[in-house]
Design a binder for this molecule. Sequence first.
Ligand code: GLP
Length: 264
Amino acid sequence: MLVILKRDDEEISLQAAQLVAAAVRKKPASVLGLATGSTMVGVYKHLAQMHKQGTLDFSRVITFNLDEYLGLPAAHPRSFHHFMHENLFAHVNVVPRNIHIPDGTIRGDYDRYCASYEEAIRKAGGIDLQLLGIGRNGHMGFNEPTSSLASRTRLKVLRQETLDDNAKFFAPGEESPRCAITMGIGTILEARKILLLATGQSKSSAVAKSIEGPITSAVSASALQLHPDVTFLIDAAAASQLTQRDYYQRVLEMTALLTPDRLS
Ligand code: GLP
């Protein structure tokens, strides 16, 4: 596990975009796992800029988003489909048929639909690089606390703190969805490489528990301790409750010296 400490949101966004770009340049047909949320906005802005400058080509990239609200059609301004279109897909050349985002409008046989999402990931060859944010309660995607660490893509009921946190994206009085379709923790752990971004004081407890706490379903992101290739990119505020910051810094310096490939 590599912990990269940066000053602020801007530094995090730039470094994350550089890591994604390096992965795509190394393997132009990369399968990317993508996330939504305010933490991702700057990352997608930088990726869009690189594409505009002609230094990054997405024409062979395949994408799978982590999650979508149940009940929101793609065109809904609060849907994750809409978020992805506005922040990334409208600005880069990912081929539309290569874009996968869980369908928020499905009804009835949820299990079958979710199994087909998993199957599509498998058929694409599995996820090469998974981008993750983190919820205040430690969730990844919408894997709320007590989600099975072996969970797969499924329907998930959202916790009150998640509804409260995401209320900022909905108009006052607007009913926000209570459920979502999300990749599972088991699904996420199968990605070859994982990059988790966290910024701001409100994430500091979740970050500390995920990196330094016990592996527990009470903090979904603590399951990342089981993965062999995870990088946490964290700003100073989100890192404030970590107790071993000096050690992470030394590991980073030695990594740059001995195994620089790990950083690109
Ligand atoms: C939502 C998403 C998560 C994301 C989280 C944090 O709950 N399902 O994937 O990590 O929000 O969002 P933000 O970056 O806005 O704090």
